[in-house]
Design a protein around this ligand. Structure first.
Ligand code: SIN
Ligand code: MN
Length: 202
């Protein structure tokens, strides 16, 4: 099993996990995903439009609107979520488990100015399963807090190909993305950052 390169508040980091060639190839798979399940602009239950655009692959997709944060079997436009690309499942088998696959691969796209406020991932039935998260494209400033709201935080820049594993005590840690650094990667021709988040849902 691959060993972490760094640990920050119990979150394991695998820096440079995907090499540039693997990133380019995965990007092709993600283009297929987005063709079948287009990115949409989610709205929080409180009515605020999020600055990221998102879609999903897998048995479930994560969505939010006035009815709340939740997992759904179908894309908001009514279509099916595409299958999770094989290289993503391989990453999960290597870093989490061969026992079962993740149910959801959330795809977040950050254009210039997009961010993600501090939050916990807590819409899943079983927090015994880690969350795995991959960064592609421009660098993102990741902020880590605590397992309860408030308190001191720490930040680390996530680069294209880096993977985070949030499990054990760190499964319910508050985390977010303060900002991206436009122009810091040439992976995406028009710039921006993609984050894939893998989770077991039920
Ligand atoms: C998330 O927590 O939903 C996204 C984190 C990231 O973009 O790295
Ligand atoms: Mn999250």
């Amino acid at each position: 099993m691959t060993q972490p390169t760094l640990s920050i508040r119990g979150i394991d980091m695998f820096q440079g996990y995907l090499d540039p060639q693997a990133q380019v190839s995965l990007l092709d798979d993600l283009r297929d995903v987005i063709r079948q399940a287009p990115l949409f602009s989610p709205v929080t239950p409180g009515g605020r439009q999020m600055s990221v655009r998102m879609t999903s692959a897998g048995r479930y997709g994560w969505v939010t609107d006035s009815r709340g944060y939740r997992y759904e079997r179908r894309h908001p436009d009514g279509g099916e979520w595409p299958p999770i690309p094989d290289p993503v499942l391989a990453m999960w088998s290597d870093l989490v488990s061969t026992e079962r696959d993740p149910d959801c691969c959330l795809v977040n796209f950050y254009g210039e100015g997009a961010r993600m406020g501090l939050h916990q991932d807590r819409d899943e039935a079983d927090f015994g399963w880690p969350v795995l998260s991959l960064s592609l494209g421009d660098e993102g400033l990741f902020r880590v807090g605590n397992t309860t709201r408030g308190g001191k935080t720490e930040s680390v820049w996530l680069r294209s190909g880096d993977v985070l594993r949030m499990g054990g005590e760190a499964r319910l840690i508050y985390h977010g993305i303060d900002r991206i650094k436009p122009g810091s990667s040439t992976l995406l021709p028009r710039g921006g950052r993609i984050n894939l988040t893998l989770r077991v849902v039920d």
